[in-house]
Design a protein around this ligand. Structure first.
Ligand code: G6P
Ligand code: MN
Length: 436
């Protein structure tokens, strides 16, 4: 089969390709086609690919200049774009901060701006997928992953779309180390939207370990660093929230910390990426070593919830994607947490809302595991954020300035029409080509 990676010049491509080559026999991969509008980056990344390619691999890498050609006949299409690159991410985070609100690449106003740039591109690609490989599975890594998946499922005719985030799997990997049980033995009873989710149960061979976790937490030094929430808060909540929920639960503290940092995350990533690509361009040293060092540095800044990066081990995003791929190819796998249509998984959410929940995978088939009723406060926040997401995606599709302002004002981290209007002004000035 053929697999396409759109945005192949991205920094996760080597890990993804390595994982795919390991599945080569199992799922008969013949060709991996990489497309990127930045040809230079793609060629630099391809040097890393050559280095990690096992000598006995028969996978053929192709680098077509035409997107259609990359898609043609693909069975799986990975979407991993950053429209406007790291430079625009810096603005996504800086502009909201300059207006006194949270500046983050996927949630709040920053995520909104990223969606404004990304959704039209992704839908353009979707049209080509409809023509060139309509029965392929589209695996989306592109952030804001929930909204991009929402756009694909509700504004194109594609049905086989799965959105991926490494958040839930990172929590699972942490729990596996914490309890010293294999990940395969854990069912993560997780529900939410992308970057807005909660673990409400940790089932290990039938027993819920969540109460145990709450009991043991005080005995683990520096636990606040690991889960990024105060202990008493967790014990009252009786759930493990996604680290991104800090922005909603502790907005003042999070904002203060962000404003005190000399550099935003986006600024740091921009620097690291410039250094990576210039080292690869220079061509001194082994490209794989350069790449590994870069990934270690990038991941080490995530605190202790992520274990250090290791190319052999792979990485959260890619592990989830490979599990999904294996499941769709007919292998027995676990219940990875992904983004897809709710159907009736979370009681109180609409059928076509894209949510993040564990799924059953069978050969060529995916369905959410039913989750049932969730705590009222969680449902309430999910509904607010979903209304924002849906309003925003519609406004972007309709190229409506008023609609985008309206949508931004619905985001709980933006909070008012006045700030939403100012955000629009600033963003459309600094990111002019991308804003209607
Ligand atoms: C986590 C999130 C991703 C996000 C990434 C940012 O892994 O789940 O959605 O893209 O963090 O990492 P970065 O190194 O770019 O700040
Ligand atoms: Mn994510």
């Amino acid at each position: 089969m053929k697999i396409a990676i759109i945005g192949g010049g991205g920094t996760r491509t080597p890990i993804l390709s390595k994982g795919l080559m390991e599945l080569e026999e199992d799922i008969e991969i013949e060709e991996i086609s990489l497309f990127d509008i930045d040809r230079e980056r793609l060629s630099l990344i391809s040097r890393v690919l050559e280095g990690i390619r096992p000598p006995d691999s028969r996978v053929r890498f192709s680098f077509p200049e035409d997107l259609r050609e990359a898609l043609k006949g693909s069975s799986f299409v990975f979407l991993t774009l950053r429209v406007g690159k790291e430079e625009m991410r810096v603005l996504d985070e800086r502009i909201p901060l300059s207006l006194g609100i949270i500046g983050q690449e996927t949630v709040g106003a920053g995520g909104g701006a990223l969606a404004v740039r990304t959704v039209p591109k992704v839908l353009e690609i979707a049209r080509l997928i409809e023509e060139e490989c309509p029965s392929s599975w589209v695996i989306n890594f592109t952030n804001p992953s929930g909204m991009v998946t929402e756009a694909l499922l509700n504004f194109s005719s594609l049905e086989r779309v799965i959105g991926i985030c490494d958040g839930p799997s990172t929590i699972k990997a942490f729990l596996s180390r914490f309890f010293e049980v294999p990940e395969e033995d854990i069912f993560l009873d997780y529900f939410g939207l992308n970057h807005l989710g909660w673990v409400k149960g940790i089932f290990v061979r039938g027993e819920d370990f969540l109460p145990k976790l709450m009991k043991y937490l005080p005995m683990v030094p520096e636990i606040e660093n690991v889960v990024q929430f105060p202990l008493d808060f967790l014990q009252k909540l009786k759930m493990v929230p996604s680290p991104y929920l800090r922005y909603y639960y502790f907005p003042e503290k999070a904002l203060k910390e962000m404003l005190n940092e000399p550099k935003t995350r986006g600024e740091k990533v921009l620097e690291m990426n410039l250094a990576l690509f210039s080292a690869l361009r220079e061509g001194k040293g082994n490209p794989v070593e350069i790449y590994e060092k870069y990934m270690k540095q990038r991941e080490s800044q995530y605190g202790q919830i992520k274990e250090g990066f290791n190319l052999e081990e792979g990485e959260g995003y890619i592990k989830v994607a490979l599990e999904v791929l294996r499941g769709l190819a007919g292998f027995r796998v676990g219940t990875p947490v992904v983004n897809l249509r709710n159907r009736s998984a979370i009681l109180g959410m609409e059928e076509d809302d894209v949510v993040e929940v564990p799924v059953h995978l069978l050969s060529g088939f995916v369905r959410p595991v039913s989750c049932g009723r969730v705590p009222e406060e969680c449902l309430d926040l999910m509904k607010k954020v979903k209304l924002y997401e849906k309003t925003l995606v519609r406004a972007i599709v309709e190229k409506s300035r008023e609609g985008i302002i309206e949508a931004l004002s619905l985001n709980p981290l933006v909070g008012s029409k006045e700030i939403a209007g100012k955000l629009y002004e600033e963003f459309s000035r600094h990111q002019a080509p991308f804003w209607p």
